[in-house]
Design a binder for this molecule. Sequence first.
Ligand code: SF4
Length: 304
Amino acid sequence: MVWGNKRFNNIDYFLKEKFGEKVFKVSLDGGFTCPNRDGKISTEACLFCSESGSGEFAGDRRKTIFEQIEEQIEFLQKGKERKYIAYFQNFTNTYGKVEYLRKIYEEALSHPNIVGIAIGTRADCMDREILELLSEINKKTLLWIEIGLQSSNDKTAQIINRGYTTEVFLKKVEELKERNIKVLAHVIIGLPKETEKEVLETIYFLNKIKIWGVKIHLLYILKNTKLYNYYEKFPWEIMTKEEYIKIVCRVIKVLDKNIVIHRLTGDAPWKDLYEPKWSTDKRGILNGITKELLRMDIFQGRGE
Ligand code: SF4
């Protein structure tokens, strides 16, 4: 099975099938904070979260959403006539009053190049009123909700200070699915105390709940994060590029073929990067994955 020219079900292919052309993404800053930072749940934040709320490449929050979209389109240089998804990326993009959320989502949709919205948020940050708003938006445009699960293992969730259990995640996914809203889970490979076994358990969990999409990230340690201090205190062996590529290929092999993969590695901001140094070689990592899939004749969902 081939999705475009790839051996895995990928978002580029999904969007091309839907819109008949390549669709790009603009990363926006909706001006939010996060309950895992501002004290509502914790002041500690997730262990790996950076000062910008894990959104190093998003727009400038002092600008309007419309202005950020214009700027990002200019910056990407993909063409002013192309189609784009508005991605509300950093911090928790449903952590606000429903009127404000409606205003910014609709402002994004009012831009002529925007054909859909992706919203990054937490599983414990969408009450009934917000779910109804999302349901309304879902009826008018392509919408997907991105939730930072990272691992289905509750012990890991505690180590990284995620702030909610996997049960909470599961319940929210069900509520979103009841409204036909697509849900994407972020998964991190290389979390403290996690081996390939725990990573694969997370993938089996996502298969079981029939998640719509997944983003696979590599854990990278940034100098301005709590993760950096944690690593200094409890150091572990940093994965090599080859090890990472092998685990990603195992993930692809067991991941249900209907789940859309949006990402296979992270985008570490090199100036703050501590380890792994090789993570800045995004092209090398992706090429390595392509080669390994070919060498092992792996397609997504092929099974053990
Ligand atoms: S939920 Fe997101 S923004 Fe909030 S602390 Fe965790 S990674 Fe950072």
